[in-house]
Design a protein around this ligand. Structure first.
Ligand code: NDP
Ligand code: OXD
Length: 320
């Protein structure tokens, strides 16, 4: 790996998002560095870094001197599903800005279910003045599936609001104020205790499709707000939308907030759109902000060129 004060050329390879906005943000954040896009950057031996969101396949493998790949999101499934991915370290976003955005989304959705927003909005439409019994936050347990950067940050804020917390991760965690579980049996125990389940997992071969009938049936049925609630802001590939719809229809699930979907955009004929018990948002729980993240990524590159290990290096074997 080359080191020192040279400023390596950078390829920005983005689909789905506004590449011009990102390019401008990076050029502002590091005016002396050379940022290029495709097709100019493809096959270019002077490129040392690639900054990507859902890059076109074969692009990264065309760069003979690539040293680091930066994902512009916290998740890296969009990078790792590239069969031609070269064997260089992948760095994901670990950013206070993105983390706070996710915490906002989680707290927003938990509070909306907890304070019975759906019912009050429908009562308002009918000009109905009717008070509903309101439990205390301390009577509710929120289960966080995925106790990583985003899960722990959300748990901390929910804890400060008085909710009880439990959580599940691949390896055993010790998070203050959170009853922590791991392993298959741990998941069943955790789901059975949670009034609201918040999923903040990465999409990996192990987690794919895990929000299925079995998962939904393991959720606690009697809750202080009348039934169990699912919130998924991890990835759509984690869930079976057919199983979620069936659970809603059968009453096994009272309500759901879904920010991510098996196919995005959510298909027009999905019955989730019109289900009053479902809150659909278009994968916006924690957007990547170009100005903020460009500054953080160029700092990471500068630190790397000064011999430091970047923050957020992905474990390719674990898949996240
Ligand atoms: P982290 O890598 O910090 O945390 C992932 C957590 O999931 C860890 O606790 C990890 O366990 C756990 N986990 C992974 N695999 C398994 C498994 N097989 N069984 C049990 N637990 C598992 O990720 P972040 O918290 O930063 O982000 C989580 C995900 O959120 C991202 O991967 C992305 O998909 C999604 N996301 C969605 C956004 C949106 O706008 N909707 C925005 C940003 C992210 P362990 O602690 O043991 O490693
Ligand atoms: C992410 C996302 O992974 O926005 O950061 O989904």
């Amino acid at each position: 790996m080359s080191r020192g004060n040279d400023t390596g050329r950078v390829l920005i390879s983005i689909t789905d998002w506004d590449i011009e906005q990102w390019l401008a943000a990076f050029r502002t954040a590091a005016p002396d560095r050379d940022f290029v896009t495709e097709p100019e950057g493809a096959n270019d031996p002077s490129i040392r870094y690639a900054i990507v969101w859902n890059q076109p396949r074969e692009v990264l493998s065309s760069l003979p001197n690539l040293e680091l790949i930066f994902s512009l999101g916290a998740g890296v499934d969009h990078v790792l599903t590239d069969q031609s991915l070269p064997d260089v370290p992948i760095v994901r976003i670990v950013s206070p800005d993105l983390t706070m955005r996710m915490s906002e989304y989680v707290v927003w959705q938990v509070l909306d279910h907890f304070r019975q927003g759906t019912t009050y909005r429908s009562q308002q439409k009918e000009k109905l003045w009717k008070e509903l019994p309101q439990p205390a936050a301390s009577a509710m347990t929120i289960g966080i599936v995925g106790l990583g950067v985003l899960g722990v940050a959300s748990a901390r804020i929910l804890h400060s609001l008085g909710f009880r917390l439990c959580g599940w991760s691949r390896t055993q965690k010790n998070v203050q104020g959170v009853d922590c579980y791991c392993g298959e049996a741990g998941l069943t125990n955790m789901l059975a205790k949670s009034d609201v389940v918040v999923v903040l997992l990465p999409l990996t071969p192990q987690t794919k499709g895990m929000i299925n009938r079995e998962f939904l049936e393991a959720m606690k049925q009697e809750t202080p707000i009348g039934g169990p609630v699912l919130i998924n802001a991890g990835r759509g590939g984690l869930q079976s939308e057919a199983d979620i719809s069936n659970a809603l229809n059968s009453g096994k699930l009272m309500a759901a907030s879904l920010d991510v979907f098996e196919t995005e955009p959510l298909v027009q004929d999905s019955n989730l759109w019109e289900n009053p018990a479902v809150t659909v948002t278009p994968h916006v729980a924690a957007n990547s902000d170009p100005e903020t993240l460009a500054t953080e990524v160029v700092d990471q590159i500068a630190n790397f060129e000064n011999g430091l290990i970047p923050t957020g290096v992905v474990d390719r074997n674990a898949g996240y």
